[in-house]
Design a protein around this ligand. Sequence first.
Ligand code: FES
Length: 108
Amino acid sequence: MSQTEEKLSISPYKRHVIMCVGKSCGENMPLLKYMKEAVAKAGLGEGEGAVRVNRAGCLGVCKQGPIMVVHPEGVWYANLDEQKIDTIIQSHFIQDEPVQAWAFHEQA
Ligand code: FES
């Protein structure tokens, strides 16, 4: 079986975070790394409440970065830093309460 014929699979997850690491958002790879590590530390790396974290080159907002969007709710956060990520993990990902104070859009 060739590689293209292999069946692809992804472990189940509850939320999908897409963080922009584009130029206008500061190309913030250290913050992406922090997010991935903090999610794993919170026990959300796999299992029922798993949070999948990926990066994007641009999410089309390009102001007040770093920007990320959290699906399935479609909640967009801006001006992220490590402290905000810790709070978002606790409130949004663990308690299912998005942090409205930092959300600038929700795709309800
Ligand atoms: S570079 Fe981050 S939204 Fe465009």
